[in-house]
Design a protein around this ligand. Sequence first.
Ligand SMILES: [Zn+2]
Length: 76
Amino acid sequence: MDKTVVIQKMLTMLSETQEKELTCDEVFAALDQFAELAARGEDVSKLMPLIQHHLNMCGDCMEEYQTLHKIVMNPA
Ligand SMILES: [Zn+2]
């Protein structure tokens, strides 16, 4: 599937489930996109608030995010 479509679906899904807490699996699935947006200087806490929220609460996902963020910022 085209990546843009996947992202669009994900953003729609996230905005429709505003009340619901994400699981680590759901966060992991969106994390590379989240890291990419953050690296581009987008306001990820507004674009993907549930993921930002989960990262604030979950050390495992935060660690994974920081790893991804470094990769995005310094591609080999
Ligand atoms: Zn988590």
